[in-house]
Design a protein around this ligand. Structure first.
Ligand code: COA
Length: 416
């Protein structure tokens, strides 16, 4: 069973093969269903937000006679949520890999996919690749467009503070959401990812959480990222701070494997997970989702960045699938991209620990000589399952993670 949450067509519309028909969302994944045929939409079997049933007809399409096929009606059914099948289609005879949403974006901008270099896995063309291609064509510089924020131009005389530069320029404005002015209360069903959040967070409440917080001096890391960012960019990857946070966590987990474990329901056995599948809380249009970067223990910082780019592109297109959203073993939540300092993160069962990162701020701190300097400070807040993790273990792990980030060169010693 899945839920229709966005529709791209109406009855009477002409569609071509691979055109998006609608988006369906279950509590695990959201995928775009595309047309298998050229033709005309004759019947929609569901209204928006109705629950569609797997295997039952979704739309009737009258197949286009001009394509040499006799007119007839065919039915596109609601598929089971097999992510790979429906979000990563390959057109026969072409090697271009791209999701339907990316194909649509290319089509809307008259871009031939064959002319775009894909930077995703197996050269898959990502949304970012299309946007970069467009930017190159138009000479435009594409700024990241965080939701709900408008970046006003700076007066020429204004000086930009040290990295992360743009942050001081962002003026939060109210997000334009439909407001209820009718004077009547409105009740709506909890669906999709919100439903999953209800389930997961209710289960998490049964876990006794232990909290531990600290501040991290990222002055060196901020500088290092400034140097590495253009190099990653040349290789088609956006390098944020997250890949460093994730890699440092994985190096720490090697020393403290209990934090990358799970406890069975009867609390009789602990399973130490071999893979470091590190989940990243993502704020998307559909709500909070937590895809994970698989096997971080064998990934370079660059590989993590590349995978994170892929997950972010799919996340913002609402196309993350079950494989990306399941199997996480430890989670990081960078709420600092939105704001805040300390928080109380909630563990994602069956995981046993989670870290939340606050915003990086320029603050005065003392160096070894007792001199005040401009430090790039970030707060971290950990929560751990206190049934199997004691405070000392959490604090030691946090210290190690902190030391890798405060002296990023020290990571080199332990990188494989
Ligand atoms: N403080 C200040 N700036 C930060 C930051 C922090 N803690 N973390 C990242 N940034 C910067 C990035 O470096 C980047 O700057 P740049 O454009 O100069 O490179 C910018 O903010 C945007 O980063 P973003 O593209 O969002 O990438 P990311 O890898 O840092 O973060 C996500 C990716 C998915 C974690 C983030 O987009 C997100 O969704 N965060 C919200 C998580 C959330 O909702 N948590 C709550 C769960 S209950």
């Amino acid at each position: 069973m899945c839920l229709e949450c966005k529709r791209y067509i109406k009855e009477g519309d002409s569609v071509s093969q691979f055109d998006s028909i609608c988006e369906v969302q279950s509590d695990k994944a959201s995928v775009t269903i595309t047309s298998r045929y050229d033709g005309i939409i004759r019947k929609l079997h569901y209204n928006l937000d109705e629950i569609a049933y797997v295997g039952k007809p979704l739309v009737d399409i009258e197949i286009d006679a001009s394509k040499g096929v006799a007119p007839e009606e065919d039915v596109v059914e609601t598929p089971p949520m097999s992510h790979e099948e429906h979000t990563h289609q390959e057109i026969k005879g072409h090697k271009t890999l791209a999701t339907p949403a990316v194909r649509r974006l290319a089509m809307e901008n008259n871009i031939k996919l064959s002319e775009v270099v894909g930077t995703g896995k197996d050269n898959r063309i990502l949304k970012e690749d299309i946007l970069n291609y467009l930017a190159k064509q138009t000479g435009a510089i594409l700024p990241p467009s965080p939701k709900g924020e408008i970046i006003p131009p700076l007066p020429k005389s204004e000086t930009v503070p040290a990295a992360p530069k743009d942050k001081a320029r962002k003026i939060p404005l109210p997000v334009s959401r439909p407001l209820v002015f009718s004077g009547k209360d409105k009740t709506e069903p909890i669906t999709g990812f919100h439903k999953a959040m209800v389930k997961t967070m209710s289960a998490a409440l049964k876990i006794p959480h232990f909290g531990y917080c600290d501040e991290i001096d990222l002055t060196q890391l901020v500088q290092l990222r400034e140097e590495l960012k253009p190099l990653a960019q040349i290789r088609g990857v956006k390098l944020s701070f997250m890949p460093f946070f994730i890699k440092a966590a994985s190096l720490g987990l090697l020393q403290y494997p209990i934090l990358n474990a799970s406890l069975d329901e009867s609390c009789q056995n602990v399973t130490y997970k071999a893979s470091h599948n590190i989940g990243v809380a993502m704020d998307t249009e559909q709500g909070l989702i937590v895809p994970n970067v698989k096997n971080v223990q064998v990934c370079s910082v660059f590989e993590i960045a590349s995978e994170l780019n892929r997950l972010q592109a799919l996340g913002s297109a609402g196309q993350l699938g079950t494989n990306d959203l399941t199997g996480g073993t430890f989670t990081l939540s960078n709420i600092g991209t939105i704001g805040g300092t300390y928080t109380k993160p909630v563990i994602l069962p069956p995981e046993v620990a989670i870290g939340a990162l606050g915003k990086i701020q320029v603050l005065p701190r003392f160096n070894g000589k007792g001199e005040v300097f401009k430090a790039q400070i970030m707060n971290v807040s950990w929560s751990a399952d206190h049934r199997i993790i004691d405070g000392a273990t959490m604090a030691r792990f946090s210290n190690l993670w902190k030391s890798y980030l405060e002296n990023p060169a020290s990571m080199l010693l332990d990188l494989k």
